[in-house]
Design a protein around this ligand. Structure first.
Ligand code: G6P
Ligand code: MG
Length: 223
């Protein structure tokens, strides 16, 4: 029997939390007099909380004391959590549950590989936590994406070699991390943004079941 390890990013792949991160960062940026656009938000996808604030400060040409930096990060997270608190299973992105169930029925390894420190509460909110054999999130890694650490730990927890793993990602940093880990990278989103991925689908509704079957059987490999 063929067994592979499927590693899912969370934000933008399983749930559309990018809109909540955007609202929370925009509010924060405003309080320090920095403009923050949707295009800049795109560049924060997959990027850790600390690095995100560093980037925003850099774009706005601002510096902060360590204390203010820490305070702003927790304010952003409080604000973000107020949106998360209201989430439910209706916010799972199209066909995600279908793909997870297909993989479970096909006895494949399934892990989460996310930069978020809020991954477990979010998965609980949308009732998907029990579908994952392993969870690797921002609390478990020292190095943020594009470093491959998060996915390499995921592969290890699944008991799989990196080359037998497949990563679903919506961010450029995450696709790069998967490629560096020597895993098949599947971009979920726009071709123009995710062109470094081995395969790209707009969303899971566009990904045929035969495609997953061929990955499992080894007929489709890293490009
Ligand atoms: C994901 C999101 C990023 C976010 C990061 C950390 O990768 O795409 O936008 O900054 O997680 O999330 P956290 O929930 O820990 O602030
Ligand atoms: Mg993401």
């Amino acid at each position: 029997m063929h067994k592979k390890g499927f590693i899912f990013d969370l934000d933008g792949v399983i749930v559309d939390t990018a809109k909540y991160h955007f609202l929370a960062w925009k509010k924060l940026a405003k309080t320090i007099g920095v403009d923050f656009s949707e295009a800049q938000n795109e560049q924060l996808k997959g990027v850790s909380r600390v690095s995100s604030l560093e980037k925003i400060l850099e774009w706005g040409n601002k510096t902060l004391s360590d204390e203010d930096f820490t305070n702003l990060m927790s304010k952003k997270n409080e604000d973000y959590l107020s949106y998360i608190h209201k989430m439910n299973a209706s916010e799972i992105l199209p066909d995600v549950s279908k793909v997870l169930d297909f993989l479970i029925n096909s006895k494949q390894g399934i892990a989460l590989g996310s930069a978020s420190k809020n991954a477990t509460p979010i998965l609980k909110k949308v009732h998907l936590l029990e579908k994952f054999e392993a969870i690797v999130d921002g609390n478990d890694v020292a190095k943020a994406k594009p470093d491959p650490e998060v996915f390499l730990i995921g592969a290890k927890l699944l008991g799989m070699n990196p080359e037998d793993c497949i990563v679903f990602e919506d961010s450029v940093a995450g696709v790069q991390a998967a490629n560096t880990a020597n895993m098949i990278s599947i971009g979920i989103g726009e071709k123009s943004v995710l062109h470094e991925a081995d395969f790209i689908f707009k969303d899971f509704t566009e990904m045929p079941q035969e495609f997953i079957e061929q990955i499992i059987s080894g007929q489709i490999n890293k490009q």
